[in-house]
Design a protein around this ligand. Structure first.
Ligand code: NAP
Length: 226
């Protein structure tokens, strides 16, 4: 039977690349965008159902859940994220900027996963949170983007709390580092292209099906230190 992946934040960058990879592998893809006007690339892919979602907005998440009904998800990939005030060190960013960064990167992904959990196949399902190597408390500090890294460390913490609350389950949860990738966020200097990173991530997700547990790993499957 055809498998279904829900990809959150697929208007551009890695989310769009993931939608392409899952489609090419024969999956049914449900891809979310914040602005339906920015779904040109997705709407040209016949296996993609485009949905509108602002992950920060609980009402928007509820509406998506209602539209999904009893759709069974094999993969929930929470990719959406923001870079935050990159031009400022932590000491200079204002309270609104820091609050927005931590809400979008750490709190909203886990709230969304809690809300959509009943749709994810409890025996074989995989939930992926897009983390970053910068979120590793062991190796991230000193690599730059300190506030962003802290927001991904907070996501990792929230994810471990989410996993602890799952109890006995065959669900698999991955905290994924995509590599440093050329996107609007990653910039032109990044060594990896979207296709290489997303092909690798699809492979990791496919291998994780039915394994259970929670792992923090990169797009090549290398485990990362928390
Ligand atoms: N690129 C890298 O090198 C790299 C490295 C490590 C981790 N990551 C992580 O990978 C993920 C994707 O990054 P990217 O490089 O593809 O970034 P990007 O090009 O900036 O794309 C970010 C995506 O997230 C969506 N998004 C942001 N806030 C959202 C919200 N509140 N609700 C719904 N969608 C939202 C954006 O939608 P709009 O188009 O509407 O803004 C866009 O589709 C992020 O979580 C990022 O932190 C990236």
């Amino acid at each position: 039977m055809q498998k279904t992946a829900l990809i959150i934040g697929a208007s551009r960058g890695l989310g769009l690349g993931l939608a392409k990879q899952f489609c090419a592998a024969g999956w049914q893809v449900i891809a979310t965008v914040r602005n339906p006007q920015h779904a040109e690339a997705l709407s040209q892919m016949p296996q993609v159902r485009v949905e509108t979602l602002d992950m920060d907005d609980a009402g928007s998440v509820d509406q998506l859940a209602a539209r999904l009904g009893d759709t069974r998800l094999d993969v929930l990939f929470v990719n959406a994220g923001v870079a935050g005030p990159q031009d400022k060190p932590a000491t200079q960013a204002n309270q609104t900027e820091v609050g927005q960064l931590f809400f979008t990167n750490a709190v909203a992904p886990v709230r969304l996963a809690e809300r959509l959990l009943p749709l994810v196949d409890p025996a074989q399902g995989v939930i992926v949170f897009m983390s970053s190597i910068l979120g590793s408390v062991e190796t991230g500090p000193g690599m730059g983007m300190d506030l962003y890294g802290a927001s991904k460390a907070a996501l990792n913490h929230m994810t471990r709390t989410f996993v602890a609350g799952l109890g006995e389950t065959r669900l698999t949860v991955l905290s994924m580092h995509p590599g440093w990738v050329k996107t609007d966020m990653g910039g032109d200097q990044a060594p990896l292209d979207v296709e290489t990173s997303t092909r690798g991530m699809l492979e990791q997700v496919t291998q994780a099906i039915g394994q259970g547990g929670h792992r923090y790993l990169d797009y090549q499957g290398n485990p990362l230190p928390w």
